[in-house]
Design a protein around this ligand. Structure first.
Ligand SMILES: C[S@@+](CC[C@H](N)C(=O)[O-])C[C@H]1O[C@@H](n2cnc3c(N)ncnc32)[C@H](O)[C@@H]1O
Length: 423
């Protein structure tokens, strides 16, 4: 494709994404579906350029002020993720000169928000949590880590193969993968190879799943023959991990209010070889299907709807699409779902509440309010639970009794989880 044509397409895609009326990954996929002729490399350049602009939006908008021409074109030039020579051949002499000028700016002298690229309402609580005695090093490490692309993590389906066997099968297909540092089920793959046609993927030996998500399933630690509920199962990432941990025995209910998301679970279930999973769409958290199971369940996972701010490496648009108001509304929903889900447990059963948010408002605050209102639920030390589930170095994953995963510390998405036992 001619360089200018690809630059124009990048501008068109960026314009659509910057409307922020739907998630960026959906907008990008829809654009690719509409433009079927695009090659693998061109798709990579388009997607990464748009994601770079989303990640560094405040900085790039600031730098773009000095340029000329349409704003999207300036942003695309600044965020360009393809070959530099290719870009240069599409630029006017004026634009090249502008880019050269910008290279002389020392970013260390720019205002903090142009360096962390976070909205104030998000930067403030993170800084308050991570800065120690005025030392902001950790906050800056988090800001940098969230602006990196996430690695590709896989979960090995132990019903089908041992981790080493899956690793060997990937190697035979030319893909290098190493064991994840904490999850005993995980492999971290180098680069972003296409997996969906490989036998090791189509036969259900591996599934794509961030190591952090694997750790939440390990915290629930379901056993053979138990009755388990994945209350917010979505497309079933954690359901599949739980079903395999139960060795395909017992009963695992996968609830969600979204039939569309549960539909996406079906092909994954078929690959996994699991027959102990029962997906069910519910109207809301007090649905009759839920009520019928009151007091009957051994373990319940609440992977609650949340702001998703722990996944900024994959979904950088979320920091611009979420708001303090949206977080407040989510808190109400999270508390209500946790309350209903807790009723399912029999005595001695385990409840896990989890999110992929970094904000205490959606995490510790929800868990502590639940503990205060429910003395019949005894908080469990997450470290002990993870150690019993053979998670390596579990102490480093926990803070104040909760699981707290951070991209800059653990190389995973940001996650929170709290566990209780019903007395
Ligand atoms: C964080 S996502 C779940 C991700 C999923 N567990 C996984 O591992 O792939 C949260 C899910 O909660 C669902 N949800 C929202 N409100 C709900 C409710 N009242 N009851 C049950 N699920 C709900 C959403 O549809 C969404 O799929």
């Amino acid at each position: 494709m001619h360089p200018n044509a690809l630059l124009d397409m990048s501008c068109e895609l960026l314009r659509a994404v910057l409307k922020f009326d739907s998630p960026a990954d959906g907008v990008v996929s829809a654009y690719f579906r509409k433009n079927k002729g695009l090659g693998q490399r061109e798709r990579g350049t388009l997607a990464e350029t748009v994601y770079t602009v989303l990640r560094k939006r405040l900085l790039l908008q600031h730098l773009a002020q000095s340029g000329s021409g349409p704003m999207e074109r300036r942003l695309v030039i600044l965020g360009w993720a393809g070959s530099e020579a290719f870009l240069h051949s599409a630029l006017s002499p004026q634009e090249r000169q502008w880019l050269d000028q910008l290279k002389t700016i020392d970013h260390a002298n720019l205002a903090p928000k142009l360096r962390h690229n976070l909205p104030d309402w998000l930067a403030e609580p993170l800084l308050a949590r991570l800065a120690k005695d005025g030392d902001e090093t950790e906050f800056w490490a988090l800001a940098a880590a969230m602006n990196e692309a996430a690695p590709l993590d896989l979960r090995v389906n132990l019903l089908k193969a041992k981790r080493e066997e899956a690793q060997a099968a990937l190697k035979a297909a030319g893909i290098e993968a190493e064991a994840t540092p904490f999850s005993p089920w995980g492999l971290r793959v180098q680069g972003k190879p296409a997996l969906n046609k490989l036998e090791v993927f189509t036969n259900g030996t591996v599934e794509v799943q961030d190591e952090g998500s694997q750790l939440l399933a390990l915290l629930l630690d379901p056993k053979r023959s138990e009755m388990v509920v994945d209350f917010c199962a979505g497309a079933g990432g954690k359901t599949l991990a739980l079903g395999a941990a139960m060795r395909n025995t017992g009963r695992l209910y996968a609830f969600d209010v979204s039939g569309h998301r549960l539909d996406a679970l079906k092909p994954r279930l078929a690959r996994s070889g699991l027959s102990n999973v029962y997906p069910a769409q519910i109207a809301h958290e007090r649905d009759d299907r839920v009520k019928r199971l009151t007091g009957k369940i051994d373990r319940v996972l609440v992977d609650a709807p949340c702001s998703g701010l722990g996944t900024l490496r994959r979904n950088p648009d979320l920091k611009w699409r979420q708001s303090p108001q949206a977080v407040k509304e989510l808190q109400v929903k999270q508390a209500a779902i946790l309350e209903s889900a807790a009723r399912l447990l029999k005595s001695g059963g385990r409840l896990v509440y989890a999110t992929c948010s970094l904000l205490s408002a959606e995490n510790e605050e929800i868990a502590q309010a639940f503990s205060a209102a429910h003395p019949e639920f005894e908080p469990l030390a997450a470290q002990d639970c993870l150690e019993r589930a053979h998670v390596a170095n579990a102490a480093s994953l926990c803070e104040h009794g909760f699981v707290r995963l951070w991209p800059h510390r653990h190389g995973s998405d940001g996650f929170f989880a709290a566990a209780w036992q019903k007395k």
